[in-house]
Design a protein around this ligand. Structure first.
Ligand SMILES: Cc1cc2nc3c(=O)[nH]c(=O)nc-3n(C[C@H](O)[C@H](O)[C@H](O)COP(=O)(O)OP(=O)(O)OC[C@H]3O[C@@H](n4cnc5c(N)ncnc54)[C@H](O)[C@@H]3O)c2cc1C
Length: 481
């Protein structure tokens, strides 16, 4: 008989959270902690969404998205998860760049960037300070028509090299381009510049294991292998449309609220369905552009082989003469960001070294390849990446035990994100995500959208914001008026 993945669940819930990415798990944790009856449903066999990892023979563990996040993660994890988790967050001190325009090492914070911009790039210090202050002063309510390109032109006209230093890591971190609203750049850049780049010591597997423990302690029912097909909406005479239930594995689970951590467009256009929503809202949703996807190459060194720490923690490399965001996405790869994982990443595990190379990518370059072309392209990606790495670590090819690639198709397969989107949606997705609860009472979305709410910190913080709204709704409906 087929396994019942929903075995033991309650007959109904206050909240069903669809998807266990960082935003979904954070919402579930806060709502469970507040005493609501919460069910977390994940379609994959593992929790974490894009915050994930995989194991390979030989004691190798590869992290997919543990490359760096801002210092703000410590506070968010302490408040909304546990001190245990927050205390494992450590700084990456050695961030490197190498491209035809410059080579440098930095601790990636305001002081060090000021030093570099004045000493190495020859920019006047007052200009640098004004730029940092302008970026830090940006918020969601600012003018949204100024683009990041216009912001750079205002402070550093004609300085492609400066733009590259300031923009390349952020493009890598959330797929944003020079054409996106400047506020998306300003907020994310300033978050990193406050204190530098941080990482979770223990690896993604340790983090997600601790989060799962916390969820369980807070009474959240968790079920994996449970893809939600439909979010049922009923007409309510008093409030108009409202969430009634979710349908999963042929079963209807009544609930008072839903937080969907699944892709925004999929949530609205497929799981709820356009016929239940205002036409304008549906059109607005259809116009939301997805953010780009990624390719990665995972390389593990043979037991006993080492990488010198001088290789750095995070290494932005490019062979392109100039900085162009379209080149960062091109199949003809010129830019690779290498993350070096030393044994200190997993201090309690076997002593292993790994390198993950990441590159932003277009879904369309990979979507239609036939099986042979796809396999050949993946192999080519692995080989050309190892060649590129040889430039920095001569002889590394002979030290590698395993190497394999992930493509936009891999990301789509594991998360169901349309077009394998790695960083949610472009800016316009944020307004749609925020407006969903006005369309359907009790229906919320929390997950990577609008560039600002993307990445580990953005996703967690968005989960916090949305869980507070859900809590208010649930409490207001049970409190006597
Ligand atoms: C290659 C790569 C590198 C990255 N590097 C970094 C980095 O260094 N630093 C950083 O901060 N961020 C990084 N990111 C981005 C970061 O990982 C994501 O922004 C963040 O983890 C997304 O969290 P989320 O809550 O939006 O949900 P997601 O992680 O997108 O998870 C959504 C979840 O919903 C589930 N789901 C979907 N549909 C259904 C359904 N119908 N029913 C049930 N479940 C469903 C999915 O299976 C998934 O578990 C990277 C991303 C990629 C792809």
């Amino acid at each position: 008989m087929a396994k019942d993945f929903l075995k033991g669940i309650k007959d109904e819930y206050d909240v069903v959270v669809i998807g266990s990415g960082l935003a979904g798990m954070t919402s579930a944790n806060i709502l469970g902690r507040a005493g609501h009856r919460v069910l977390l449903l994940e379609q994959h066999y593992k929790l974490g969404g894009l915050a994930t990892w995989f194991l390979r023979p030989g004691g190798h563990t590869f992290d997919i998205s543990l490359h760096g996040f801002p210092h703000g993660m410590i506070k968010s994890c302490r408040r909304y998860w546990s001190r245990d988790i927050a205390d494992r967050i450590v700084q990456l001190k050695n961030i490197r760049f190498d491209n035809p325009q410059f080579s440098l090492t930095t601790s990636f914070n305001r002081d060090d960037f000021t030093r570099l911009l004045t000493n190495q790039f020859g920019i006047a210090e007052p200009t640098v300070n004004e730029f940092f202050d302008a970026a830090r002063g940006m918020n969601f309510y600012d003018d949204q028509s100024t683009t990041t390109r216009q912001l750079f032109d205002r402070f550093f006209p004609g300085r492609d090299d400066v733009v590259r230093l300031l923009m390349e890591p952020i493009t890598y971190a959330n797929g944003s381009t020079l054409e996106d609203p400047a506020i998306t750049y300003g907020i994310v850049f300033s978050n990193f510049m406050s204190k530098g780049v941080f990482i979770y010591e223990g690896g993604t597997d340790d983090l997600i294991t601790r989060m799962k423990k916390e969820l369980t302690a807070n009474g959240v029912d968790i079920r994996i292998n449970c893809p939600v097909d439909e979010i049922e909406v009923s007409e309510n005479a008093l409030h108009g449309p409202r969430v009634a239930a979710v349908n999963v594995r042929g079963r209807r689970i009544p609930c008072r609220a839903v937080v969907s951590n699944a892709n925004l467009r999929t949530t609205i256009l497929k799981m709820i369905g356009p016929e239940k929503l205002d036409r304008d809202f549906v059109e607005q949703t259809q116009a939301v552009r997805l953010n780009n996807s990624s390719t990665q190459v995972y390389m593990a060194l043979k037991p006993g082989e080492e990488i010198d720490e001088s290789s750095g923690d995070l290494f932005f490399t490019s062979t392109s003469k100039e900085f162009r965001t379209d080149l960062l996405l091109s199949r003809d790869i010129t830019s690779r960001t290498f993350s070096f994982y030393y044994p200190r990443t997993r201090p309690t595990k076997k002593e292993r070294y790994a390198i993950v190379s990441s590159t932003n990518a277009n879904w369309s370059d990979w979507a239609d390849l036939n099986p042979e072309e796809y396999e050949a392209s993946k192999q080519d990606l692995v080989e050309t990446t190892i060649d590129a790495l040889e430039k920095y670590i001569p002889g590394v090819r002979n030290k590698i035990d395993r190497a394999e690639a992930a493509t936009p198709r891999t990301f789509q397969h594991y998360t169901l994100h349309e077009s394998g989107a790695s960083f949610g949606t472009k800016f316009e997705g944020l307004a749609v995500s925020r407006a969903l609860s006005q369309q359907v009472r009790g229906m919320y979305h929390a997950g990577s959208v609008g560039i600002i709410m993307s990445g580990w910190l953005g996703a967690i913080n968005y989960g916090v914001i949305v869980s507070n709204e859900v809590d208010q709704l649930l409490v207001s409906e049970t409190s006597p008026v």
